[in-house]
Write a protein that binds this ligand. Structure first.
Ligand SMILES: *Cc1c(COP(=O)(O)O)cnc(C)c1O
Length: 446
């Protein structure tokens, strides 16, 4: 690199840092951390790579908060954005429809689990969950079961940061500050992390709770197969099947939060597919636009949708009492349609097993490294634990730095070290990523 370019890079970096320290308020970041931090100043991204202001490249080991399933800057997504932007960026969804959002709804239904035929668009994972909760709640209010006002949630659950989504969380400590603002839920237990057989017992208790509390349950909300934010905790498909069977038996709703797991993260289009289960409501975001534009969807069955029809008049008070400025955002919808067609044209799901196998063998190798615990992998998720410190585990920051020195961007969940690469990461990049991950984990674990 020539001297002037170096000087430019240093200036860009310094200006960004100064403005950030003066005015930016990043999520989950204490002011004193921002004051002293040396964050990556990212200026470009392509494929699995982030480029910083100095021109250094880093592999994106977490698909930018689990969203960039097709890597960064896919040429077809860039083109879809530009094309849609040239015609219609946005129009309010009150009393209008757009061809692009309508077509997307139909295309999404075509790939969704059986029975989900209706699509409500919103902005992000949290709003998709809020909408699902309100839909379930309002359905029972106006369809003869008004006592059904509670949701059942699993220990370790994470469903987003807004207050409704936070209410159905089961992450001990995480939302304690806001406890007085949160609504009451029915909490179901989860096994301790070391208890591989504990799930059977927990599922017995879950079934019992669903039957006992049926009269007051508007629904049961789960992250199918993987509790992401809890630390990439995997659980058996049988748990999901038994929860589905129990909710069906008492005729309450199963809400699948596929914000993280959907769009192939676990190897199937939906994690529910791995268990052969179809929920009554399904939330998707993140991979839904491949991390390109904030947009999300809540899918529902025809039965639920029909519960919002006015019995007599044309405009009933029974309509869904919920909406956002950007419901059906045309720019996002165009990208989401292109995402689905890329999944088809590039056979994205068919490419996962070869990559998942490499991820799994790196994790298996790490299982033999002293200090490494609980190796686990599913689809394009690989994780190990480096201690029992949970979110405040000290190894996370050390691992992040060790990875950064090796050209790998990670954001460990406390003591949980994990990889969540783009599903389409080229094999040579994956090999480089896994080598850096194994090296960094080995350094920090010992
Ligand atoms: C990320 C996530 C959310 C929240 O999505 P946002 O887009 O960050 O609001 C909800 N549920 C799950 C399972 C998630 O992983």
């Amino acid at each position: 690199m020539t001297a002037p370019a170096d000087a430019d890079a240093a200036a860009t970096r310094a200006a960004a840092l100064a403005a950030a320290r003066a005015h930016l308020w990043p999520p989950y970041t204490a002011p004193e951390v921002l004051d002293g931090a040396d964050p990556l100043v990212v200026t470009h991204a392509d494929g699995a790579w982030l480029t910083d202001a100095d021109g250094r490249r880093y592999l994106d080991g977490i698909s930018s908060w689990w969203a960039a399933t097709l890597g960064h800057g896919h040429p077809r997504l860039r083109a879809a954005l530009a094309d849609q932007a040239s015609r219609l960026i946005h129009v309010g969804a009150g009393g209008t429809i757009t061809p692009v959002a309508a077509a997307l709804a139909a295309e999404l239904v075509a790939v969704a689990p059986a029975g989900l035929t209706r699509v409500h668009f919103s902005d992000d994972g949290s709003t998709a969950v809020e909408a699902a909760l309100k839909i379930a709640f309002q359905f029972w209010q106006q369809n003869g079961r008004p006592a059904r006002q509670r949701f059942l949630t699993l220990a370790g659950a994470y469903h987003g940061d807004t207050l409704g989504a936070a209410s159905v969380a089961g992450l001990g400590g995480f939302f304690d500050t806001f406890a007085p603002l949160l609504f009451e839920v029915v909490h179901a237990p989860a096994p301790g992390q070391d208890d591989a057989h504990g799930w059977a017992e927990v599922t017995d208790q879950l079934e019992r709770l669903i039957h006992e509390r049926a009269g007051e349950l508007a629904g049961v909300i789960v992250e199918p197969m993987v509790q992401g934010a809890a630390g990439m905790r995997l659980y058996p498909a049988d748990v999901l099947r038994r929860v589905r069977a129990a909710t069906t038996a008492v005729d309450t709703f199963l809400i699948a939060d596929e914000v993280f797991t959907g769009y192939g993260r676990t190897g199937a289009m939906w994690a529910c597919d791995l268990a052969g289960v179809a929920p009554d409501l399904l939330c998707t975001a993140k991979g839904f636009t491949a991390g390109t534009v904030p947009m999300a969807a809540t899918l529902a069955t025809a039965r639920i949708y029909d519960g919002f029809r006015a019995a007599g008049g044309p405009v009933g008070p029974r309509a869904l009492l919920h909406g956002h400025t950007f419901c059906g955002f045309p720019l996002g919808a165009a990208v989401a349609r292109e995402v689905l067609s890329i999944y088809r044209d590039e056979a994205v799901l068919a490419g996962i097993p070869a990559r998942a196998e490499r991820m799994a063998s790196a994790i298996t190798y790490l299982a033999g490294v002293p200090g490494v615990r609980r190796p686990r992998a599913l689809g394009m998720i690989g994780a190990v634990d480096l201690g029992d410190g949970g979110y405040h585990g000290a190894r996370g920051p050390a691992l992040r730095e060790a990875a950064r020195r090796r050209g790998l961007y990670l954001r460990p969940l406390g003591d949980v070290a994990y990889l969540c690469p783009p599903l389409t990461i080229p094999l040579p990049d994956l090999t480089t990523m896994l080598a850096a991950f194994v090296d960094a984990v080995t350094e920090v674990a010992s």
